[in-house]
Design a protein around this ligand. Structure first.
Ligand code: MG
Length: 240
């Protein structure tokens, strides 16, 4: 009789309050106490997609580019042969179509002929030469040119895709730049900075003053040979 009364009480309680909350209160605690899940890549993927699709990504990128442009405008007349260095991927051009198709995975080899579906091999994607400009960086590029500043691209893309990259930059609206420095195929660097900083030094050796280097990775900015560095947002991938 008591058991039946208890069951009846629980039934009524479930009608009055969500049983789910009761279940949550009695959830089994993880063991050992205090343990918690490490960062979850699935959660990070969703957050990165929301950041891109909400417009926050482009807004944040634009804020950095505008600050870089203001710096160029303030300094251009005060140095000999002023120059701006731009990275390419996720700085000047957007690889979003490839990143989305691969669910943020990096696939170097293989074709890229099923877009918007993946997989999409990155070298095949580079050869397609269809990455669009990131608008705020294209505006920075044009502002620099209007100020009489020479613009150089320094990229970790391998030199076997030089022609496709040149075609992609021009097709995306980047016209009138002064140099394109590609990473030599077959060479490897512990950090992209080990390649990019000496490349900036080589530009300086030609008499230019690099007012700014702009990129989406810290390795675009480290190693000196630029008066200032401007770091753009990129939660989609990391290059040491
Ligand atoms: Mg980049």
């Amino acid at each position: 009789m008591r058991i039946m009364a208890l069951r009846a009480f629980l039934h009524i309680a479930c009608l009055l309050a969500p049983c789910l909350s009761m279940a949550a209160e009695t959830a089994i605690a993880p063991s050992p106490p205090g343990w918690s899940q490490p960062a979850n890549v699935g959660v990070a993927e969703s957050a990165a997609t929301r950041y891109h699709d909400s417009g926050a990504y482009l807004a944040d990128l634009g804020a950095v580019d505008r600050e870089a442009g203001d710096w160029l405008a303030a300094q251009a007349a005060s140095v000999p042969k002023p120059a701006l260095v731009l990275d390419i991927d996720e700085t000047s051009l957007s690889n979003w179509d490839e990143e989305k198709a691969n669910n943020y995975g990096y696939i170097r080899q293989g074709g890229c002929d099923s877009l918007p579906e993946g997989p999409c091999g990155f070298e095949a994607w580079e050869h397609l030469a269809r990455a669009p400009a990131l608008g705020p960086t294209l505006a920075l590029f044009n502002r620099a040119k209007a100020l009489g500043i020479a613009v150089f691209f320094i990229t970790g893309r391998h030199d076997r895709v030089t022609e496709a990259t040149r075609r992609n930059l021009i097709g995306a609206g980047y016209a009138g730049w002064s140099g394109l420095v590609m990473e030599p195929a077959g060479r490897s660097f512990a950090s992209a900075a080990d390649f990019k900083a000496p490349a900036r030094a080589a530009i300086e050796a030609r008499g230019y003053t690099i007012l700014a280097t702009v990129g989406d990775q810290r390795s675009d900015l480290t190693g000196g040979h630029a008066m200032r560095g401007f770091l753009l947002p990129n939660p989609f991938y990391f290059i040491p």
